[in-house]
Design a protein around this ligand. Sequence first.
Ligand SMILES: Nc1ncnc2c1ncn2[C@@H]1O[C@H](COP(=O)(O)OP(=O)(O)OP(=O)(O)O)[C@@H](O)[C@H]1O
Ligand SMILES: [Mg+2]
Length: 229
Amino acid sequence: MSSPLIELRNIKKKYTTKAGDFPVLKGLNLDIEEGEFISIMGKSGSGKTTLLNILGLLDKFNEGEYIFRGEDITNFDENKKSDFRNRNIGFIFQQFHLIESLTIYQNIEIPLLYRSKESKEERKRKIKEKLSQVGLFEKRYSRPFELSGGQQQRIAIARALVTEPYLILADEPTGALDSETSEDIMELIKELNDDGKTIIMVTHDKDLRRYTTRDVFLKDGEFSEEETI
Ligand SMILES: Nc1ncnc2c1ncn2[C@@H]1O[C@H](COP(=O)(O)OP(=O)(O)OP(=O)(O)O)[C@@H](O)[C@H]1O
Ligand SMILES: [Mg+2]
């Protein structure tokens, strides 16, 4: 049997502040198989974003091991981490995080520019494909402020997909959208999962459980059987 996409072993994370040390994650163990769509739920302050940032190698942890496709990535240096992120992970955020001074096309091109091997033509083909997939190819010359919130999130999704990552990490992807637009975005994310993409999503919204294949709950720094939201 092949190994899981992700194995977290005894992950511990504390924040050190002037007031002292605050343990946030107290020894998390989690296996995630390719093709899962997982939500991470829990009360405000329970450590959901911290966990997602650790999964995305955006934040360090103090103890434990992180194995990705059988490879221990716990001790990667910053260069290897950036390269790893660019190759393997696509990010979607609540506030879209598009660059206002760039066109939609340029925003989606950014992750590809880190890869010297790709030609301009190759980039163009990939950007067109992903923009078409999210239904916004005709907006390629627009700028983010000319788009609605839902459209901006579609663009952010195209940007997350353009590198063909193994994993999509989404932190409250519908948190800034009205309920109708949220449904559209969730349908789109669900389609990605139906096509086989592994997705881990942080959310407060228990209604979104209808889209996921598994839900994990964080409470007091540990995974909880209790459904705390
Ligand atoms: N950089 C930091 N320095 C110190 N403490 C932090 C830092 N980031 C987060 N924390 C603390 O860690 C805990 C977990 O924060 P985190 O952002 O992961 O929670 P969350 O579950 O995502 O909450 P929310 O639902 O409100 O987004 C909180 O108590 C928070 O105050
Ligand atoms: Mg959060």
